[in-house]
Design a binder for this molecule. Structure first.
Ligand code: MSP
Length: 521
């Protein structure tokens, strides 16, 4: 049986500015999913990169007093550094100024031209450099772009157009029957709404923008930056010789760029007879203290600063614990700190040291053989807290196996925040179990039973480490190490085997380490 391939992408980010937490949000999400699929033995290709052409970048370079290429080189490195600091393990980092990308774009579009899907037309439009797109009169507020608060430029030129209209009925149908899944549901509705409003063919070239890929058959033009950018998902596989990962399994995008990904992009692929991505997942936007994040407001959060303050894993955690992935939400440094202390310092971190310190002579105690069965049949160690009225009693290991089912489903549905919440709840249930059953006191009366409870608690930490692994890989390692496990061996386990109850061997020597998440005052 060949390994299942999984291809995941983030948008490629404009290099007019350094990375901010908006970029980090999408990229960390992709890394979490990539690790989740890898854990299950899948062969993952995870792509990210930078979008380096167009008027906006040229303008930013000019303002910085640099040549565009030099400017792009510098910022692209900033992105790579930030992703390194966030422990993001991409398979490839594409830059649209890579020569082989440029050649791939030219070849792709020449093919569309040969197929007669492109035509020339005079065009008059209102162009917003900030958006890198034409706006309609209706979209303006007081004559300005509502997002960039600048008056769009009136552009009159001859452009090459793509016959989008030809592909619209097909795409609409594919989206409606979920062959091209747009998730979550509200995003799908939004796209369907766009079809109802009607869409025009779009121009794929620019006469006045010189910082771009030259149109091979018309040297007076460069390709429109969005066309160039979208094709990165395809050229990256050609460049790396990984065409067999096509099509993407999931493409993560922010809601601002949904239309490009859900309509223009599939249309270009249909025109080239290529299979379409399976899923486009759209996440929301966050505001900072109720305000849009912007340079002029001076409220832009640099992901590197978060890593300095909270550490890598906590930063990864905090980004997804604020509000559901897919929704909009608000964050603030105060809230991040509060959640850090509540969930991590007092929560998981404290729990780990509390449980590790409970072991007598620093060893994992004997386990209750009966308790390792994932059965629903009541045994002497029924876990009463999990009982809900009318439900059959079940054992603690069975309860943990149910947690796993939920965790897997949530990650498969990209409900990252819910999966994290589940882990934190698991931790608080363990805390409660300690309070209720007081194993440290029980030792005197019934040391065997006390040992069984402590075994459950230690083994639960191993499960927590596995659940945290895609989100907080370093923390997972630290927990494994403190449990006295051989890191390499533990991580090499087949996933389904690893998450079975009872993996921690009695007699293993615990290695209490430093607190995982020191409190931040
Ligand atoms: N270059 C285009 C994408 C081309 S993809 C073929 C672009 N780049 S961008 O640098 O502006 O980054 C866009 C992405 O960053 C958004 O889609 C979103 O994923 C993320 N975010 C930017 N600001 C954000 C927030 N305030 N909140 C959450 N995500 C945000 O558009």
């Amino acid at each position: 049986m060949s390994t299942k391939k999984y291809y995941i992408t983030t948008p490629i980010y404009y290099v007019n500015d350094k990375p901010h937490i908006g970029h980090a949000y999408t990229t960390v999400a992709a890394d979490i999913l990539s690790r989740f699929h890898q854990m299950q033995g899948e062969d993952v290709f995870f792509l990210t990169g930078t979008d380096e052409h167009g008027a906006k970048i040229a303008e930013a370079a000019r303002l910085a007093g640099k040549e565009p290429q030099e400017f792009c080189d510098e910022i692209a490195v900033e992105f790579q550094k930030a992703w390194g600091n966030l422990n993001i393990e991409y398979s490839h980092f594409i830059r649209t100024t890579d020569q082989d990308h440029e050649a791939g774009v030219a070849a792709f579009l020449s093919q569309l031209k040969e197929k007669d899907f492109l035509y020339e037309k005079d065009y008059v439009g209102l162009y917003c450099i900030g958006c890198e797109k034409f706006l309609t009169e209706k979209e303006l507020v007081d004559g300005k772009c509502p997002d960039h608060k600048r008056v769009p430029e009136k552009v009159t030129e001859k452009n090459w157009f793509f016959k989008l209209s030809r592909f619209l009925p097909k795409i609409e149908q594919l989206i409606e029957n979920n062959a091209l899944a747009i998730a979550p549901e509200n995003a799908q509705k939004e796209v369907i709404g766009l079809f109802r409003q009607g869409l025009d063919d779009f121009s794929i070239s620019r006469q006045k923008v010189s910082w771009g890929i030259r149109v091979p058959w018309d040297q007076s033009q460069t390709f429109y930056v969005w066309v160039d950018a979208l094709l990165n998902y395809w050229t990256a596989l050609k460049i790396t010789g990984k065409e067999n990962y096509w099509p993407p399994d999931v493409q993560l995008v922010g809601k601002d760029i949904l239309k490009f990904h859900a309509i223009f992009w599939p249309a270009m692929l249909l025109a080239a007879d290529l299979p379409l991505p399976k899923k486009i997942f759209v996440h929301g936007y966050f505001t900072i203290n109720g305000q849009k994040m912007s340079k002029s407001l001076g409220n832009v959060i640099d992901p590197n600063d978060l890593v300095k303050k909270f550490g890598v894993d906590a930063t990864r955690y905090l980004l997804f614990s604020q509000f559901p992935f897919g929704n909009d939400g608000d964050i603030s440094l105060e809230k991040l700190k509060a959640v850090y202390n509540a969930d991590l310092a007092n929560g998981v971190g404290n729990l780990v040291s509390r449980i590790l310190k409970m072991t007598k002579n620093g060893q994992v105690p004997e386990k209750d053989i009966k308790g390792t069965e994932e059965s629903e049949k009541p045994i002497d160690r029924i876990w009463s807290d999990a009982l809900e009225e009318g439900k059959k009693p079940y054992t603690f290991p069975y309860f943990v196996s149910q947690l796993w089912l939920g965790w897997k489903k949530e990650l498969n549905d990209l409900k990252l925040g819910f999966a994290l919440e589940r882990i934190v709840t698991f931790a608080s249930i363990l805390d409660k179990r300690i309070e209720d059953e007081k194993p440290f006191k029980l030792f005197k009366e019934d040391s065997k039973k006390a040992g069984y409870i402590i075994y459950d608690l230690l083994e639960s930490l191993r499960h927590i480490a596995w659940m945290l692994m895609p989100f907080m890989p370093e923390t997972a390692d630290k927990i494994f190490e403190q449990l006295g496990l051989d890191l390499k061996k533990e991580k090499a386990k087949n996933f389904e085997e690893a998450i079975k109850w009872g993996g921690l061997e009695p007699g293993t020597k615990i290695k209490v380490g430093k607190p995982l998440f020191p409190r931040i005052e």
